[in-house]
Design a protein around this ligand. Structure first.
Ligand SMILES: NC(=O)c1ccc[n+]([C@@H]2O[C@H](COP(=O)([O-])OP(=O)(O)OC[C@H]3O[C@@H](n4cnc5c(N)ncnc54)[C@H](OP(=O)(O)O)[C@@H]3O)[C@@H](O)[C@H]2O)c1
Length: 403
C-alpha cells in the first residue's frame, strides 16, 4: 500500500484514539495532516506531540493559548475555532477519519467530502440527520464513505452491492447493552455510571448510553439505510450478547454471509484506513473455541422502545430522523448530567417526534433548522421534567457529560 495521508476529526475521543493506535501499529504507512478536538486541549496536544500532524485544531477558541503553548517549538501549527476546524477538514488527504460525536460532526464531514478522498465514517449522527444530503455530496465529489461502525463495516464486507436484488435481509447485531436483562423498574433507577459501563465495548459516553437504550441500533438502522441504499423492510436487528458476529446478509439462495471478529474497534478502523487493501491491526485473534457459544435473540421492543421510534422515523423520512437524533442528543446529555432518569431519554425523543412538523429536507439549512427546533423542544422538556422532580436536581455528572 502506498503511504496515506490522514486527518482525524475528533482525535481525542474513543474512535480517534483507536485510529491513532492502528496507525502507530503500521510505522511508515501513514502520515498525519491534522488532528482536531473540541475541549480536551491537553489530550489533543499530547496526541499531536506523539503523532506529529502538520496541524492541531481545538474547536473551542478559549483553549487556543493553551494549545499554542503546549505545541511551541514542535513545528506543529496550532489553530482554534469552528472555521479552523472546517479548514482542517477541507485540506486534501487520502483518508479522513470522521470521529466527532453528534450533529457537530455534520459540517466537518461535509467539508471533508469536498476533497473527494476516503471518509472513514464513525460519526453516524450525520447520516441519521442528513443521510440524503451526505450521500449526494459524496457522489458529487467522488468521495468514498467507508463505514467504521462495526456493524456497517461488516455489512460493507459481505454485501454484494452490485446485485441488490439477491439480498433478502440485512441483520445488524446488538449486544443488548448493560441493561439487556434488567426489568423496566430496575432500568428506571439506572444511573449514568451504570449506563456507560458497556459489557463488551469501551466507547465514548454518548454512544454508550445509546447502546443501553438501544437507540444506537435504531440510529444504525437509519445509517445502514443510507449507506447501502436499503429499503427499511430489508433491515433487521438481532440481540447477540457476545458481540462476535457484527452483522449478517441473507441472500435469495439461502446463504447467509456474516463478518466476525473480537469486539475491538481497531478492526473496522484498520479496514477503513487500508481499504481496499488490508493491514495488520493491534487486536487479539478471534478464538471461537474459547468463546464457546454464540447466541441470538429478538430484541424486546417493549423494554427498549427506541428501536420502534427509530423505525418509525426511518419509514417516515423527511425531517423525522433529524428530529429523532437531535432529541436523543439532548436527552442523553440531560441524563448524563443527572436531570432526567434513564427511561425519560426515549420518552423525550417520543414527545419531540410527536410534535414535530415533518417537512422535506432540501439542504443543509433545512437539516439544521429541523435539528434546532427539535433540540429546543427537547431541552424545554428535559428541564421541565427536572423541575417536576421534587427531590431536586441530581448532582451534575460532568465527568460523563463533558463530551
Ligand atoms: N466509540 C466507539 O467504539 C464507536 C463505535 C462506533 C461508532 N462510533 C461513533 O463514532 C463517533 C465518536 O464516538 P466516540 O465514542 O469516539 O465519542 P467520544 O469519545 O465522545 O469522542 C468525541 C470526539 O469528538 C470531539 N467533539 C465533541 N464535540 C465536538 C464539537 N462540538 N465539535 C467538534 N468536535 C467535537 C471530542 O473532542 P473533545 O475530547 O475535545 O471533547 C472527541 O474528540 C460517534 O458518532 C459514535 O456514534 C463510536
Amino acid at each position: 500500500m502506498t503511504q496515506r495521508r490522514v486527518t482525524i476529526l475528533g482525535a481525542t475521543g474513543s474512535i480517534g484514539r483507536n485510529a491513532l493506535k492502528v496507525m502507530a501499529h503500521a510505522p511508515g504507512r501513514f502520515t498525519l495532516e491534522a488532528l482536531t478536538a473540541q475541549e480536551n486541549v491537553e489530550a489533543l496536544a499530547a496526541a499531536a506531540l506523539a503523532a506529529r500532524p502538520k496541524l492541531a485544531v481545538i474547536g473551542n477558541p478559549a483553549h487556543f493559548a493553551a494549545l499554542k503553548q503546549a505545541l511551541s517549538g514542535s513545528g506543529i501549527a496550532p489553530a482554534a475555532g469552528e472555521d479552523a476546524l472546517l479548514e482542517a477538514a477541507r485540506r486534501p488527504v487520502d483518508v479522513t477519519v470522521a470521529a466527532i460525536v453528534g450533529i457537530a460532526g455534520l459540517k466537518p464531514t461535509l467539508a471533508a467530502i469536498e476533497h473527494g478522498g476516503i471518509i472513514a465514517l464513525a460519526n453516524k449522527e450525520c447520516l441519521v440527520a442528513a443521510g440524503e444530503l451526505v450521500m449526494r455530496a459524496a457522489a458529487q465529489h467522488g468521495a468514498r464513505l467507508i463505514p467504521v461502525d462495526s456493524e456497517h463495516s461488516a455489512i460493507f464486507q459481505v454485501l454484494d452491492a452490485a446485485h441488490p436484488g439477491w439480498v433478502k435481509t440485512v441483520t445488524l447485531t446488538a449486544s443488548g447493552g448493560p441493561f439487556r436483562e434488567w426489568p423496566l423498574e430496575r432500568m428506571r433507577q439506572a444511573t449514568p455510571e451504570q449506563a456507560v459501563c458497556h459489557p463488551n465495548w469501551a466507547m465514548g459516553p454518548k454512544i454508550s448510553v445509546d447502546s443501553a437504550t438501544l437507540m444506537n441500533k435504531g440510529l444504525e438502522l437509519i445509517e445502514a439505510q443510507h449507506l447501502f441504499a436499503l429499503a427499511p423492510e430489508t433491515l433487521a436487528v438481532l440481540i447477540h450478547p457476545e458481540s462476535i458476529v457484527h452483522s449478517l446478509v441473507a441472500y435469495c439462495d439461502g446463504s447467509v454471509l456474516a463478518q466476525a471478529s473480537v469486539p475491538d474497534m481497531c478492526t473496522p478502523l484498520a479496514y477503513a484506513l487500508a481499504w481496499p487493501e488490508r493491514m495488520d491491526a493491534p487486536v487479539k485473534p478471534l478464538d471461537l473455541a474459547a468463546v464457546g457459544g454464540l447466541t441470538f435473540s429478538h430484541p424486546d421492543e417493549a423494554r427498549f422502545p427506541a428501536l420502534k421510534l427509530a423505525r418509525q422515523a426511518m419509514a417516515a423520512g423527511g425531517a423525522l430522523p433529524a428530529v429523532l437524533n437531535a432529541a436523543n442528543e439532548v436527552a442523553v446529555r440531560a441524563f448524563l448530567q443527572g436531570y432526567i432518569g434513564f427511561l425519560d431519554i426515549v420518552k423525550t425523543v417520543e414527545k419531540t417526534l410527536d410534535q414535530a412538523d415533518n417537512k422535506p429536507l432540501h439542504g443543509l439549512e433545512d437539516v439544521l433548522a429541523a435539528d434546532g427546533a427539535a433540540r429546543a423542544f427537547a431541552l424545554k422538556k428535559t428541564s421541565a421534567e427536572a423541575r417536576e422532580d421534587v427531590s431536586g436536581l441530581k448532582p451534575l455528572l460532568r465527568k460523563f457529560a463533558s463530551h
